[in-house]
Design a protein around this ligand. Structure first.
Ligand code: NAP
Length: 281
């Protein structure tokens, strides 16, 4: 039941119909018996600033941002956390009562929490990260948080991996390097993370032999549609521990929900089942 005092928030994207965020937040609103609503907001790029102002005036607590708004929201925020600064993008804007917009990026914490929940920790060991786009930026911070001693970034266009390593070095303790020799990069790695879009529905699968990877290395794919990518299927067949992208998606939403509704929600098996069902449709 939504009363006249309901706390309101939503996700702004263009398009936004594919977003799982409304299902996720409404699951938690029901589970916690909160008088609140979370709605999809399809907003074209040129209208973002105007719409944010209107939502704030209408009493919204804040919004999540998805493609193509994450960089524009970064520019509009009055305050930013370190993760947003490192990413150059925000996925959460909190509307404060004094009129200021606080921008955060929760993807790095989401991935770190997902890996921790799967009992993946690095204790100074090296990890290999595939990709150099937005998700890879968050993954660098997440791998640092779970104790990577070194993060070797491998990307199709190697120059992008090199510039990512330089740009993010000030934000992390781990040694960052761009790697072009996959077998050498993989040789003593304890974790492989795919942050490329290869393997996504209607994209080609990741073209990468897993033989160089030690058997005790975990393999994590950020792609969550499909849930079991070709990479994860091949890794499981070789006996690697695997972590899919749904964990990150669920955990990255926790700080947003806490900021909008004042309750820290729990990532539960029931939530995963609901999202898996939505993905299967
Ligand atoms: P992006 O900024 O467009 O970056 C795409 C990356 O993938 C680039 O590094 C690109 O390499 C690489 N790539 C694309 N096709 C490739 C192929 N066929 N072979 C090898 N590399 C390829 O995208 P993004 O925002 O970082 O998103 C990447 C993936 O992460 C998406 O699947 C997205 O759904 C997923 N993601 C998941 C979560 C979650 O919560 N689980 C959160 C964020 C993102 P080049 O630089 O060489 O072009």
């Amino acid at each position: 039941m939504i009363s006249g005092k309901a706390k309101c928030a939503g996700v702004v994207g263009w398009p936004v119909a594919h977003s799982l965020s409304p299902r996720l937040h409404n699951h938690w609103l029901r589970a916690n018996g909160i008088d609140g609503a979370y709605i999809p907001l399809p907003i074209p790029q040129e209208s973002l600033a105007h719409v944010l102002k209107g939502l704030r005036q209408a009493g919204f607590k804040g919004v999540n941002l998805t493609i193509p708004h994450k960089e524009a929201a970064f520019a509009l925020a009055h305050r930013l956390d370190d993760a947003a600064r490192a990413a150059g993008a925000v996925n959460l804007l909190i509307f404060h009562e004094n009129g200021t917009l606080e921008g955060r990026n929760t993807d790095a914490d989401g991935l770190a929490e997902s890996l921790k929940a799967a009992n993946v920790s690095l204790n100074g060991a090296p990890a290999v990260l595939l990709g150099a786009g937005g998700a890879a930026r968050a993954a660098v911070l997440a791998l640092d948080k779970i104790g990577a001693g070194e993060i070797r970034i491998v990307n199709r266009h190697a120059d992008r991996a090199a510039s990512l390593a330089v740009q993010l070095a000030p934000f992390v303790k781990a040694k960052l390097s761009a790697a072009t020799d996959w077998p050498k990069a993989a040789a003593d790695a304890k974790l492989l993370v795919n942050a490329t879009s290869a393997g996504m529905k209607s994209q080609p699968a990741l073209d990468l032999p897993l033989d160089p990877l030690p058997k005790d290395a975990a393999v994590c794919d950020l792609v969550y549609n499909p849930l079991e990518t070709d990479l994860l299927a091949r890794a499981a067949a070789r006996g690697h521990k695997t972590v899919d992208g749904l964990g990150m998606l669920m955990h990255q939403a926790v700080p947003s929900f806490a900021a909008f509704y004042g309750v820290t929600p729990t990532v539960t098996p029931e939530l995963r089942v609901e999202l898996e069902l939505a993905l299967s449709k």
